[in-house]
Ligand binder design. Structure first.
Ligand code: FES
Length: 106
């Protein structure tokens, strides 16, 4: 069963394969910023690693990250779109303190 750890608080949970990062956070009452839940707003962007444990980026997610001038190499993902498929994934929620869809990275 895949495992997901939310940093900086080091909160770890086993999740069913293909669970979305946002769903795992909400189900476990992890404080995560999000908005639309539908790949429209970019509010839910998080830093993730390793990228191989996650579902491939859809064209819509890629386009939104690119529009927000965020990296599209897989290191930043939209938590409402990204599924955990295997292994142990680290999700860095502190990224959400360094970025806003309005202002970009700061
Ligand atoms: S919550 Fe809006 S894009 Fe993910």
């Amino acid at each position: 069963m895949p495992k997901i750890t939310f940093d900086p608080n080091d909160l770890s949970f086993e999740v069913a394969e293909k669970t979305k990062i946002l769903a795992a956070a909400l189900r476990n009452k992890v404080d995560i910023r999000y908005g639309c839940g539908a790949c429209q707003c970019g509010t839910c962007a998080v830093a993730v690693a390793p990228t191989e444990c996650l579902s491939p980026m859809s064209p819509a997610e890629h386009a939104l990250l690119d529009k927000m001038t965020l990296p599209v190499d897989g290191s930043i993902r939209l938590s409402c779109q990204t599924r955990v498929v295997s292994g142990e994934v680290k999700v860095d929620l502190s990224f959400q303190d360094k970025y806003s869809p309005d202002k970009g990275l700061f």
